[in-house]
Each structure stands twice: as C-alpha cells, then as structure tokens.
Ligand binder design. Structure first.
Ligand code: MOS
Length: 693
C-alpha cells in the first residue's frame, strides 16, 4: 500500500510561492545587473537597411545598442528561430532587430523607442487560404508523425456510404500567454554562461545555448527552479534567452530580459490557424465506414512547424477507410509553435463537431454514436491499444452529467429568453515517455535527497515526484527532499507533450529502488559522506515495444444562449478521463480543469485577430485577446476512471497535462448547436454567428 502516491498533497513550494520566496527568472539577485529591452521589426518582410543608434545611446544609463552590425556572433545552423541580430533579414513583424542594454529597465525601454531603423520593405503574404498554390506536403508532422495516413480505400468507402457529410471547420490562431512572460537573467563567469531562465526544460536549453555560443555543454548552466506557466510556448530555447546571453557578453555584466506581454504575441510562438475538411461516411445507424480529415496550417519563412492537426482522427474511432493528411504553407508570419495539446486541440474540435453533426443526421444519441464507434484496435496501425477506457469515460460521464433524459431536438429546452443545450465530445492525447536520469542519496542523518532536472512549470510535478520517492524509499515524508529545475542535476527532458511525470517518475523510482538495494546490501550505518546512486532509464525506455498508447476522456457541457442577443453562457463542464495511475489527485484535478477552462476559452473567447495589412495581430495583449476568467466557469468538474497502464511506465502513469483541453471546445459548440440549432464551424462561437435568421 502506498503511503504517498494516490493521496492529495499540497505543492511542496506552495508556501514559498504565496510568500514571494519562490524566485522566477528575473528575480535572482545579480551584482551590477543591467536590463535589456527588445526592439521589434515594424515591417512583415524586408531587410534592415540602416540603424541609427545616436538618440538611443544618448539616453542616460544606456550601455549599448545591439543590432546585426555589432552583436556578438552566434554559430549558424543551430536554430534559425533564435539566430537574431546576425543579419539584416526580417522574416516577420515583431522579429527582434535590435536590443538596448541599460542600467535601468526604464532607460532601456525609453532608448528602445529611439532606435531609428530604415527598412527595405518587400510585399508580404500572411493569409492562410484554402486553394493557395503555396501549400506543400511536409516530410512529417510534429513531432515525428507521418504526414498522411491512408488505410483502406477512403474514396470508395466514402462514395458507397449511406450517410455522407463533407464539412469544413476553421480555428484561428491562439496565444499561450503564461502568467510569467518569457524572461531570462544571463551572466558570464570565467567563460561560463549561467542563465536563470523561464523555460519548460533547462537541459535542452543548455544544450542549444552551448552550441550557439560554441561552448562545451558543461560550460553552460541553466536554472528554471520556478516557472510561471508555459503551455508549450517555453519549450526549448527562446529568443530572450539568447539575446540576454549575447547582451551579457557584450556589456560584461549580468543582463535581465523579460518580454512584455505584447512581445509574447507571436515572436515566441502561437498556435497556427487551421482549415480542416472532414468527411464522414457512415451507415444509417451512425457506424463509421470512412473518415477523412484533411488539415491545412501555416508556418513561417524561417522554420517549418507542421501542426499534427489530423493525427487525432487516426486514433479515435473505428473506421475501415481512413484518410488523414496535412499540408502546410510558408507565410511571412512568426513561426507557429507548440501550444497545449498541439494538433489534438484544433483537430478534436473538427472531428468531434462533425460526429455531432453525424449523430443529428442519423438520429442517434451522440454518446451512443461514440460508443458504437469505439474500438480496441488503433485504426491507424491496426495494433491493439495498451489501454483505452474511452467507453468507461463516456458512460461514467453521461451518468454523472445526467445525460439520459436529454431531448435531442435543438431549441427544445427554454426558459424566458434563454435556450438551453448540452453537448458531448470524446478526447485523447498520446501517452509518451522519454528517458531520464535521477539520483538518490542517503545521508548519515537518516534523510534522503532525490535529484532530477525535471521542470515544474506550475503543474505540481515537483510534489508528485517527491510522492513517488517517498513511497519508493519507504521513508517518512519529512525525511525526503527533492531538487528539480537545474541543468546541473541529472538530465531529464522537457515539461511538455504530457510526458513529464511519466518519464521523470520512472527515473526517480529506479534511483530510489537502487539506493534501497545498496542500503540493504550494506552493513552498518550510512557512511559519513552519504550513499549516492544515479540511474538512467535510457535502456528500459528504448526496450519498450512500440504500441499505440493514449490517454482518453469524455467532455460534457451545458450552455444557455440568449435568443435575442446571442450571448452564450456555459453553465457547467464535466470531464471524465482515463489518464493512468493518479499520483496526486489535487494537482491532477488542477491540470484537468485548467485544460477544460482553456477549452472553454477557445470555444467562446480566444481569437488572434490578424490584420493582414500590417502583417500582425490587431489584438496582442490580454485586453484585446480575451481569455476565460473565473466568472465564465461557474462549474467545472473533472473525474477519472480506474486506469493504470504499465505498458507506458512501471507506475502506470499515462500523463494528464494536456488532455483536459482536447475536445472541450467541441463539447461546448455542440451544446450551442443543441440549444440554438445553429452550427458554428469557425471558432470562436461569438454572438454574431448565432444571430442568423
Ligand atoms: Mo505542451 S504544448 O507539449 O507544453
């Protein structure tokens, strides 16, 4: 029986966080620290023809203005996204083209506004449009999925189907907007670079910095002890880290660089807009015969980023004839990047909306329709899933939500001006695992210390890993300490892809087991210097068979819509998930309801409104880019079904960081259709789209 795993536990760092003791990237003291301020390009495409720094340098306290003419050189060919101030090219509006360094943040900001830049401007193309000649077939989609998967004979299957739907869904661009913006403090000491960095994984950041600056990895240390959210936007090295390091070298002082909220809208990534064609062929009972999902998305001129939008459809419902394709176009825009449940979020909106349309067409209950199309075998690979439990989530969710009495007729339930509706969607996210290393030490005072370069971006990962260690060591909880968030610790991969806890817990478990073995074999007390073991899961992870491994879930929503104004209010959201073994119910719940709330935000509020004349977003702050707040979510409940999958890792954990968002927007849009009879196929669901006829 485990003492810690499976029990609610407050975050270990909770006290530090609420008292301000927990330091974030730009809060570490540094002697003689200087401040940097970024100067963004004001054109979408062209070259910097002239830089005049006279007025900027005249500002009291300014130490330097860096630009392509004078900045420290980086090693080319490492990462085009952060290869800034090296040449005069402008690939997108907002790209960093200069950097002011000053004794105060205020002086840096003032001077940044005085840097005069003249551009040779070229016409830009920023609009994602179906039918554009520029679409191409990428070699793979993120992170390494096949671009197209075709099983059976889609065209023949679709043509022969009794019921056929051919529908197009659109999602706009979205911005990650973590509470802590992208921020870094960089300093050089004796040729070594030390960076306090807001990232989702300091190990990979360290490696890229070392290559960019031509250093051995051991000459770079990156520390991310506390991170104020990331949502994908802080995976891998970002421009502020590199610029801070360049500036610190140039002025020979520590340098802080925090992006403003506005500067995070685009230059550090965003979710690509998508255009998705869904074709469903089914028999009259709603059993799918042919499923087609063709996804279009954009990337930049600098880097290919191919969102895996249609991958969702490959692993969700049984279909003898399956077609899923991706095409990408290069535009004069910032490079899209990872954002919570990449691909699966927009992809699930399209497929789960289309299934709702199929349910209506076939007059089958939408929960029942999904159950009818459940499968123990992965439609894309033909292999059995290691675990599934989608049906359990749907059934349990329907019971908890009180789905059964539902009258499927749109506009059937009303009270005064308000129309009421309910909707459902399935969801899935891959259960991934990566190798990691961890160390465990027994100290002479009877305490234990576990170390791993995991990153806690606010999820509670530190606490969950500590729970795993407490059980594996069989030690009193107050005798076990854990340290994370520093590249000097045993190497581990990023907090991303919902694979953090899955990967890290495995290494922590093995390190603690090994230490217990050593302690058991030794006679006498722990030696004065302690007893330390370090392990890696590299071989164990590599030896895993490649099987289809996924978390699943079911999302339910109830809305009311004002039939005169079109105002939409979500009354409740309820999700039931199969996410493997639960380590900490309270932080798991936070991950799930956080994701569901982001799904609500996507359904009703979030839209990157792109102004194609200027080649940038018209809304680029949290005043113009609306996200859900507490008042938008009166009741959001997350539950889970018993589900432990040891084919993923020895603890049975499947990962739960992202699945809460998948399908949530579709459940709400489906509820809006049930309430109003209006089908919105282009997010967000705004009132103008509901006031038709
Ligand atoms: Mo998640 S988008 O992999 O941080």
């Amino acid at each position: 029986m485990s003492a810690a795993v499976g029990r609610r536990h407050t975050r270990l760092e909770a006290y530090d966080k609420v008292t301000g003791g927990a330091r974030y990237a730009t809060e570490y003291p540094a002697d003689g620290v200087a401040y940097a301020w970024l100067v963004p390009a004001t054109v979408a495409r062209g070259t910097v023809a002239e830089v005049d720094t006279t007025a900027a340098l005249a500002v009291d306290g300014v130490l330097a203005v860096l630009h392509h003419g004078n900045a420290p050189r980086l090693v080319p060919g490492v990462d085009a996204e952060v290869f800034r101030l090296q040449d005069p090219s402008v690939y997108f509006r907002g790209q960093a083209v200069a950097l002011v360094v000053a004794q105060t943040s205020e002086a840096a900001r003032e001077a940044a506004g005085l840097v005069r830049l003249r551009y040779d401007v070229q016409p830009h193309h920023t609009r994602l449009t179906a039918g554009d000649d520029g679409f191409y077939r990428p070699d793979h989609v993120n992170p390494s999925y096949p671009t197209d998967v075709l099983t059976g004979d889609f065209d023949a299957g679709f043509d022969a189907a009794e019921v056929r739907l051919d529908l197009t869904y659109r999602t706009p661009s979205y911005h990650n907007s973590p509470m802590e913006p992208h921020a870094s403090t960089a300093q050089w000491r004796d040729g070594c670079l030390v960076v306090h960095d807001s990232s989702q994984g300091s190990g990979p950041v360290r490696d890229v910095l070392a290559r960019l600056f031509g250093l051995p990895p051991e000459s770079v240390r990156t520390i991310s002890r506390h991170v104020g959210g990331g949502f994908g936007g802080k995976l891998y090295v970002k421009v502020q880290t590199v610029l801070a390091a360049m500036a610190a070298r140039h002025v020979d002082r520590p340098v802080r660089l925090a992006l403003t909220r506005q500067q995070t809208f685009g230059p550090v990534g965003y979710r690509t807009p998508t255009i998705q064609r869904i074709r469903l062929g089914a028999d009259r009972d709603g059993r799918l015969v042919a499923v087609g999902h063709d996804a279009l998305s954009q990337t930049s001129q600098m880097t290919e980023f191919a969102e895996q939008t249609a991958v969702y459809t490959r692993h969700m419902y049984a279909a003898p004839h399956l077609r899923s394709t991706h095409r990408v176009i290069r535009l004069d825009v910032p490079t899209p990047f990872w954002m919570r449940a990449p691909g699966f979020t927009p992809g699930s909106f399209a497929l789960e909306s289309a299934l709702d349309e199929l349910a209506s067409a076939c007059r089958v209950d939408p929960v029942e329709l999904r159950l009818r199309n459940d499968t123990p075998v992965d439609p894309a690979s033909g292999q059995p899933f290691t675990s599934r439990n989608l049906a359990a989530c749907l059934t349990d969710g329907a019971r908890r939500f009180d789905w059964a009495p539902r009258d499927p007729t749109p506009r059937a339930r009303r009270s005064g001006r308000w129309l009421f509706g309910t909707g459902v969607a399935g969801c899935t996210y891959p259960a991934r695992v990566r190798p990691a290393a961890a160390s465990a030490a027994a100290l002479p005072d009877g305490s234990f210390e576990v170390r791993i370069n995991a990153t806690d971006i606010g999820t509670g990962a530190r606490t969950a890993l500590w729970q795993v260690a407490v059980d594996a060591l069989g030690a009193p909880p107050d005798r076990v300490r854990i340290e994370v968030g520093d590249s000097a610790l045993p190497a581990a991969d990023v907090a991303g892809g919902s694979m953090g806890l899955t990967s890290w817990s495995w290494a922590v478990l093995r390190a603690c087991e090994r230490l217990c073995d050593r302690l058991g074999a030794a006679s006498g007390p722990v030696p004065a210097g302690g007893l330390l073991v370090e392990v890696s899961t590299e071989e164990e992870v590599a030896a895993q068979p490649t099987l289809p491994r996924f978390a699943y879930g079911a999302q339910f929503a109830e809305v009311r819509v004002d039939q005169e104004t079109g105002e939409v209010r979500v009354l409740r959201q309820l999700g039931v998930f199969a996410v493997g073994r639960v380590v900490n119910p309270s932080t798991l719940r936070s991950q799930l309801i956080g994701g569901m709330t982001m799904g609500l935000s996507m359904a009703l509020h979030e839209v990157g409104a792109f102004d194609h004349r200027y080649g940038t977003w018209a809304n680029h702050d949290l005043a113009g880019y609306h996200v859900s707040s507490n008042a938008d979510v009166p009741a959001v409940r997350a539950y889970w079904v018993p589900d432990a999958d040891v084919a993923v890792n020895p603890l049975g954990i499947k990962g739960a960081g992202e699945i809460g968002m998948v399908g949530a927007a579709a459940a709400i849009a489906n509820a809006v259709h049930h309430a109003t009879g209006v089908r919105v196929r282009e997010l967000p669901v705004t009132l103008d789209k509901l006031l038709v006829g």
